[in-house]
Design a binder for this molecule. Structure first.
Ligand code: MG
Length: 249
């Protein structure tokens, strides 16, 4: 079923096989249906500053640190980076707006996917660009016993956010796995790019408005249209990964 995708990935990364020991899992738009609220909060903050923008563009920036997103807006509108004080102020404002909205729900299918990974004895590590505690602190209640603080990479853990590979490389170090023993679960093109650049087999789930082609370009190994579909296919995907070895050409 995934023969073609797995072979393409192995060739591209010069791997003989992928033996997943850890899953590196994104949070917003993957574990939580939070992206529409983030987009709304960013849009409100930016338009309040007189910066023209669309809600959808924030789905494209997803995965960047708050500072990086603010600098994109500032450079476009004012032709310069934001100062550290401005970054602090406007990221705080965006966070205040986000926290005013109703709490986002768990992404349907995400808990099932987490359980399937557990049953396959795959370590689960959170890798989020977010530094917002409102969701990170809810993880234990919503996904109990999975993401202990020592198994989390957040926006505070890294110098470079996605699409830089640093977040996923750090997560591999936490889980003590090599890139070819890692799979990434991501909903954002920049997150997919980051995971692929880190050398992981990257599973993209298109839970937002971004077209599938963007995930192909970003280096997704496989793409699913929803978390329930990703969960339904995961046992077969893991089986095929475990039994596929690339023969030298
Ligand atoms: Mg995400």
């Amino acid at each position: 079923m995934f023969e073609q995708e797995i072979a393409t990935f192995l060739r591209r990364h010069h791997y003989k096989c992928v033996t997943p020991a850890a899953a590196l899992i994104d949070m917003d738009g993957t574990l939580y249906d939070s992206m529409p609220l983030h987009a709304e909060a960013w849009h409100r903050m930016a338009t309040g500053l007189g910066i023209e923008c669309t809600r959808d563009e924030f789905f494209l920036y997803e995965g960047r640190t708050g500072a990086s997103t603010i600098n994109i807006l500032f450079n476009r509108a004012f032709g310069r980076d934001a100062t550290p004080e401005e970054i602090k102020k406007y990221y705080h404002l965006k966070t205040v707006y986000f926290n005013e909205y109703p709490k986002p729900g768990k992404m349907p299918g995400a808990a099932e996917l987490m359980n399937l990974l557990r049953d396959a004895t795959i370590r689960r590590v959170l890798v989020t660009g977010s530094g917002q505690t409102s969701l990170i602190e809810r993880l234990e209640a919503d996904y109990p016993g999975i993401f202990t603080p020592d198994m989390m990479i957040t926006g505070h853990s890294v110098t470079h956010g996605k699409p830089h590979p640093e977040p996923f490389i750090k997560a591999m170090q936490l889980a003590r796995v090599s890139p070819s023993a890692s799979i990434v679960i991501e909903n954002a093109p920049l997150g997919v790019e980051s995971g692929d650049r880190a050398g992981a087999f990257t599973v993209a789930v298109t839970t937002g408005p971004i077209p599938r082609e963007e995930f192909v370009k970003a280096g997704a190994a496989v793409i699913f249209p929803s978390m329930p579909e990703a969960a339904a296919a995961m046992p077969q995907l893991l089986l095929e990964l475990a039994t596929t070895t690339l023969q030298p050409a």
